[in-house]
Design a protein around this ligand. Structure first.
Ligand SMILES: NC(=O)c1ccc[n+]([C@@H]2O[C@H](COP(=O)([O-])OP(=O)(O)OC[C@H]3O[C@@H](n4cnc5c(N)ncnc54)[C@H](OP(=O)(O)O)[C@@H]3O)[C@@H](O)[C@H]2O)c1
Length: 343
């Protein structure tokens, strides 16, 4: 890429930080966008990243809702990796808090890309949530051919946000003139684990691990979790800039484990701490979910006990991804949390 400049949106975030780290380790020029450049929790870990020869890091302020700040962040760049989104699944105002950041934010990013006239490659962070339909059969393997077009604001606002943002990207890209073609790829991670770089990273997907660490649940829900390492997700984003098919839709999924087996593995490795390991019987788990503020009975019926698999072979073939083992990913999640006293 030489003197290319890669903009990473959502750079303070869990995946965004690792994308920035990956790019800097390869000696790239990175413009990292954050919402508040003065907030140490958002920027300190970025400033501490190792920069290989010829690389550089610029941290700029950008809010997805402020189109001027988005335009300015994209000016003069050659590549964009758009990870920024609201990563929450429930809200009293799901339209404003979950859907709008993805939909309005992605529209503003696309508009800024068009205005820049310099951007050649665009990688958009989507999710398995943009693929998984509301109903799926136990044991099914989903591929990138499926779309979460039935996600609703009431039942699945996060799925709606991720699906809608991806459709905005794809519709825009389909309608570009040949002369203005920009390479576009979407990356679809499942549940992401692996080392957090800031305490802010514990509240998203890592809350599943934090619930075990903090022993928030005395008994564990009988739930299978599809897992991928954050370092592999970052690598897939960076590879997608130069590898993979234009318009590609790449699932990044390393494998799956029962939640209780994750806890058993952590208990074995970090045996000086207490970990919950007993699993709730299915019917009791349903009752617990019916009364839990963060999940619903319909979610529980779909996700508890049932097994869902994902086909990540396109990323293995086109992006030449080799996934870290699930054990390595889970074990490596913990040291930064303990060493920094984030428990
Ligand atoms: N983690 C997972 O398991 C997972 C799985 C599949 C897909 N994804 C996708 O991966 C992407 C990154 O997720 P993550 O896990 O890294 O979450 P995260 O740590 O919460 O990062 C999200 C980033 O988006 C930024 N952001 C949110 N609203 C913004 C706004 N209005 N303007 C500018 N920036 C804004 C956040 O900035 P602040 O720091 O200022 O809040 C943060 O940097 C998201 O698109 C998510 O949907 C995540």
């Amino acid at each position: 890429m030489g003197a290319d400049l890669v903009v990473v949106t959502g750079a303070s975030g869990y995946i965004g930080s690792h994308v920035v780290s990956n790019l800097l380790s390869k000696g790239k020029n990175v413009r990292a966008t954050v919402r508040d450049v003065n907030d140490l929790e958002r920027v300190e870990h970025l400033k501490n990243l190792k920069i290989e020869e010829n690389g550089s890091l610029e941290i700029v302020e950008m809010d997805l809702f402020d189109s001027k700040s988005v335009d300015s962040a994209m000016t003069g760049a050659t590549d964009v990796i758009h990870t920024a989104a609201a990563v929450i699944v429930r809200s009293k105002n799901p339209q404003a808090k979950i859907v709008d950041p993805s939909v309005i934010g992605t529209k503003n990013v696309i508009s800024a890309i068009e205005k820049s006239g310099t951007i050649e490659r665009f990688v958009h962070t989507s999710s398995t949530a943009a693929i998984r339909p509301e109903k799926w059969e136990n044991g099914v393997t989903l591929t990138a051919k499926t779309f979460a077009s039935d996600a609703t604001l009431e039942e699945n606002p996060y799925g709606l946000a991720k699906y809608s943002a991806e459709m905005i990207v794809r519709d825009w890209h389909d309608n570009l003139e040949d002369s203005e073609k920009i390479k576009m790829i979407t990356i679809h991670p499942c549940m992401v684990f692996g080392p957090p770089l800031s305490s802010r990273h514990l509240s998203g997907s890592l809350s599943v691990i934090m619930m075990l660490m903090r022993r928030e649940l005395p008994l564990i829900l009988p739930m299978q979790i599809n897992i991928v390492d954050v370092r592999d997700v970052a690598e897939a984003h960076v590879r997608a800039l130069t590898m993979g098919e234009n318009k590609g839709r790449y699932l990044t999924v390393a494998g799956e484990m029962m939640w209780s087996d994750i806890s058993k593995l952590l208990k074995k490795k970090y045996s000086n701490r207490k970990w919950p390991i007993r699993q709730l019987p299915y019917f009791i788990a349903l009752i617990v979910c019916a009364f839990h503020p963060k999940v619903s009975i319909s979610w529980a019926k779909r996700h508890l006990k049932n097994k869902l698999y994902w086909d990540a072979t396109p990323a293995e073939n086109d992006l030449e991804m080799k996934w870290k083992s699930l054990d390595e990913t889970i074990i490596d999640t913990i040291p930064n949390i303990i060493d920094n006293g984030w428990e």
